[in-house]
Design a protein around this ligand. Sequence first.
Ligand code: GRF
Length: 196
Amino acid sequence: MLTVVVCVSGGGTNLQAVIDGIRKGIIRNTRIAGVISNNPGAYALKRAEEAGIPSFCVSPKDYKSREEYNKSFLKKMKELGPDLIVLAGFLVILPEEMTRFYKNRIINIHPSLIPSFCGTGFYGLKVHEAALARGVKITGATVHYVDEGTDTGEIIMQKAVEVKEGDTPQVLQRRVMEEAEWVILPQSIDRIAQKY
Ligand code: GRF
């Protein structure tokens, strides 16, 4: 059984895709031990609650220093004991100690076809604004392992999505989520879970 902890910051639609994927058997041999958010107002925490999954808010704002936040975040993570950490719309840079301790056991969903439109400053709507500004005809999403860089780890899965005439960043973001993110994140977790 693969034990997963999902880290979130916002709406939690990718978390929901994982919850639903386990329920529907799209993701086999997997359980979510907990959900951790840096944002107390994240709707993702409500989604976890409704699914009966233990959820925790560990916010940098609640600590006097980054080091104290990092320590508390890592302590909570170790208590939950994941085989795999899933970053699903998580907007906080992971403590180096965490990426080291969980080396090759952290994955992230990014809303573009890496290596396009990724790296520092490319998150959420900004990614789609950049894709539209460049005029690409195809974009998509990527699931990759997290290493010490930003969006630089080994790519696990990608899915292409068509950019349509007149797309706004919001419309494109929604299409990329529906047609790519919510498909390849569950599939990637299921693929990893087959080794457990
Ligand atoms: C999505 O665009 C996702 O690609 C990015 O964060 C955004 C919010 O995702 N990683 P969610 O609805 O909180 O899962």
